[in-house]
Write a protein that binds this ligand. Structure first.
Ligand code: ADE
Length: 258
C-alpha cells in the first residue's frame, strides 16, 4: 500500500512512520509513505502557502494554488488512483471499521491543514473524504495523519507478527480487549488470575471473552449497545456483572439490572 501525505511538516510525518510496526512494514516494503510539502510548489520568494480569510477574522487560510500544484504532482507520482482524505475536526469520526476499509485500498493520500484550514473550493474539488480522529482540536492534521498511517499500516499483510495478530485487537469484534498478564505470577500488586495458568484453552477463551464483555459494559456501554450478543456472551456478561456487584467495585449506577 502507498500513502502520500501533503504537509508543511514532512519530517514529523516521516519520522513518526519510521518506528515500530509501521517502520518495519516500510522496511519490508509492505507500505510506502511519501510526503509532499506545498512550500515546494510556490512561486514567490517567501514560499507563501497561506493568506488572510475573506470576511475577516483571525487566522490564515491555506491557498488553492500551492495545494493544487502539490496534489497534481502527488497524483502523478504513481499510477494508482488516489483516495484523498482531508483531516479536520469537521470530518466524520475515524473508527476501526473505517481503518480496516482504508487498509484494503492500494493507495490513499492525506491532506494536512494548518492555520484555520484550507480554502473550501479546493476541498470541494479534490477531496474524497474528510476524517476526524476525535472531538478535540489539534493545531494541524499531521498528528491525525500519523495516527491513520499507524492504524492502517499495522493491518497490512505481514506487518504484525503472529503474536500481535490484529484479530485480538480491541474493536476488531466490536469489544474492548481483555486484560493481559506476564511474569511473575505473584507480586505485591497481586496475582495472575488462576484460570490463565490452568492450560485449559476453552476456559481461558471464555474468561477472556467475559473480561472483554465486562470491560466494554463498564467503560464503553455505547459499543455494547451496537453489538448483538449471542446466548453465551449474554450469560458471560451477566456473570461478570453479578461478580462485579458482589466484589463491591460497582458504583451506585452499575447494578445487575442495567
Ligand atoms: N486537525 C485538527 N484537529 C483534528 C482532529 N481532531 N482530527 C483530524 N484532524 C484534525
Amino acid at each position: 500500500m502507498r500513502i502520500d501525505v501533503v504537509t508543511l511538516f514532512p519530517d514529523f510525518v516521516r519520522q513518526s512512520a519510521s518506528v515500530g510496526v509501521v517502520g518495519r512494514a516500510q522496511q519490508r516494503e509492505l507500505l510506502q509513505v511519501e510526503t509532499w510539502n506545498p512550500r515546494d510548489y510556490t512561486s514567490d520568494r517567501h514560499r507563501t502557502v497561506d493568506s488572510s480569510s475573506y470576511g475577516g477574522g483571525p487566522g490564515m487560510v491555506m491557498m488553492i494554488e500551492p495545494l493544487r500544484a502539490t496534489l497534481m504532482a502527488m497524483r502523478g507520482a504513481a499510477p494508482e488512483p488516489v483516495h484523498l482524505i482531508y483531516l479536520s475536526p469537521q470530518g466524520s469520526r475515524l473508527t476501526q471499521g473505517r481503518v480496516e476499509a482504508l487498509a484494503k485500498l492500494p493507495r490513499i493520500a492525506m491532506l494536512c491543514g494548518r492555520y484555520e484550514g484550507v480554502d473550501e473550493r479546493l476541498l470541494a474539488h479534490e477531496v474524497d473524504e474528510e476524517l476526524s480522529i476525535g472531538d478535540y482540536v489539534l493545531s494541524g492534521g499531521e498528528l491525525a495523519a500519523a495516527v491513520i498511517i499507524d492504524a492502517v499500516g499495522r493491518l497490512q499483510d505481514g506487518a504484525l507478527n503472529d503474536a500481535q495478530s490484529a484479530e485480538q485487537d480491541s474493536f476488531s469484534d466490536g469489544l474492548l480487549d481483555c486484560p493481559h498478564y506476564t511474569k511473575p505470577v505473584h507480586d505485591a500488586l497481586g496475582s495472575v488470575p488462576e484460570v490463565l495458568l490452568s492450560g485449559d484453552h476453552a476456559a481461558i477463551a471464555r474468561w477472556r471473552l467475559k473480561q472483554s464483555l465486562g470491560r466494554t459494559w463498564l467503560r464503553r456501554p455505547d459499543l455494547l449497545s451496537q453489538h448483538a450478543l449471542d446466548v453465551e456472551s449474554r450469560a458471560l456478561l451477566d456473570e461478570f456483572r453479578r461478580e462485579h456487584v458482589r466484589s463491591g467495585q460497582a458504583r451506585s449506577n452499575e447494578t445487575v439490572d442495567d
